[in-house]
Design a protein around this ligand. Structure first.
Ligand code: 13P
Ligand code: SF4
Length: 340
């Protein structure tokens, strides 16, 4: 019978007593959010991924929206877009396995061209990144000559390469104000740009991109959470529509929301953002009661343990960025990193 080395299922060890024993400390970490009955289906992958990443000198970078078994049991570094980009540039590894979406993997490659950057699913996209192309930015530059272009990191390398500087949701206001101009073009997230406009005197022109996850929240959702969970503190990501942000108690990037919980320790909180955030953060703050709204990012959820193992086993799904594009994109990302 022909065998194929590409078959991942056969390469995954069964849930043996030895694996149960070896992964017990990891399970204990997540036992409040992962039911014990599910652990045998995760543990063999977790065990093998953790073994293989050492053998490959690979690091696993996981965004705050990854599921808890990825976030807490195999990731070497976790964080928001900015933290992951920084880690990609600074880490001492030959291989980066990006557990996030494609623009994050591209950013890692742009900042660490000498490293092999792998993404477990090439189709893990982003509605914001898909909303604009490099050609669109060239047209904007013709239409608004001299107006600096501040580009959200949730974009392709091609778009970054056409921009003056990048920003993330954690530093957008600071980046806009650093430019010393009266007007900037902030692309492609219309809602993030509108939020920034409420925080600065600089005039913000924008684009009509939206995050398909955050745009689904409404002020009525917040009213419902407040009624059904008295005293709940509402934290919203700036990719949410303006009326949602206006109804929230605090707005910040994914790491900004985590820091809020860490510093203020509210009794009860709701994070108006992607589902997995609350699960991941709840592990660190068992005394805080998390109300858990669930709007899933279908792109983030393409990344799974079997795909991560497959990627590491076969060193496939490598992310490449054209050298000239990478040079332009790097300049925009580094311009941001130089300011914050
Ligand atoms: P952060 O930079 O806040 O992690 O956001 C990334 C993202 O994709 C949010 O939807
Ligand atoms: Fe893109 Fe929204 Fe998913 Fe973030 S949550 S990756 S912005 S689609």
């Amino acid at each position: 019978m022909a065998t194929t080395a590409q078959t991942t299922a056969s390469a995954v060890p069964a849930y043996t007593p030895a694996i149960a024993e070896a992964t017990r400390p990891l399970f204990e970490k997540v036992s409040d959010i992962i039911p014990e009955i599910e652990w045998p289906s995760f543990a063999p992958y977790v065990h093998e991924i953790n073994r293989l990443k050492k053998e490959r000198n690979a690091v696993i970078l996981a965004h705050n929206y990854q599921t808890p078994e990825i976030f807490h049991t195999i990731a070497d570094f976790t964080g928001d877009s900015l933290q992951l980009a920084r880690e990609a540039a600074e880490c001492d590894a030959d291989v980066i396995v990006q557990c996030g979406v494609h623009f994050m993997a591209e950013t890692s490659k742009v900042l660490a061209p000498e490293k092999k950057v792998l993404i477990p699913d090439m189709e893990a996209g982003c509605s914001l990144a898909a909303s604009i192309t490099g050609a669109d930015v060239r047209l904007l530059k013709e239409k608004y000559p001299g107006v600096p272009i501040v580009t959200y990191v949730n974009t392709s390398a091609d778009v970054k390469a056409e921009s003056d500087i990048c920003c993330t949701s954690s530093n957008a206001v600071q980046i806009v104000e650093s430019l010393g101009t009266d007007r900037v073009l902030m692309i492609p997230d219309e809602y993030l740009a509108q939020y920034v406009a409420t925080q600065t005197e600089v005039e913000i022109l924008t684009w009509k991109g939206h995050c398909e996850v955050h745009e689904r929240f409404s002020p009525a959702d917040i009213e419902t959470y407040r009624k059904s969970h008295p005293g709940v503190v509402v934290l919203a990501h700036p990719e949410c529509p303006p009326d949602v942000i206006a109804a929230a108690d605090f707005t910040g990037s994914t790491s900004g929301l985590i820091n809020y919980v860490d510093q203020k320790r509210p009794k009860r909180v709701v994070m108006i953002t992607e589902c997995s955030m609350s699960d991941n953060v709840a592990v660190e703050f068992p005394d805080v009661d998390f109300v858990r709204p669930c709007n899933l990012c279908p792109h983030m959820k393409r990344i799974t343990l079997p795909k991560i193992l497959d990627t590491l086993q076969h060193m496939r799904h490598e992310v490449h960025v054209d050298q000239a594009v990478a040079k332009g994109a790097r300049a925009s990302v580094e311009a941001m990193l130089a300011i914050i």
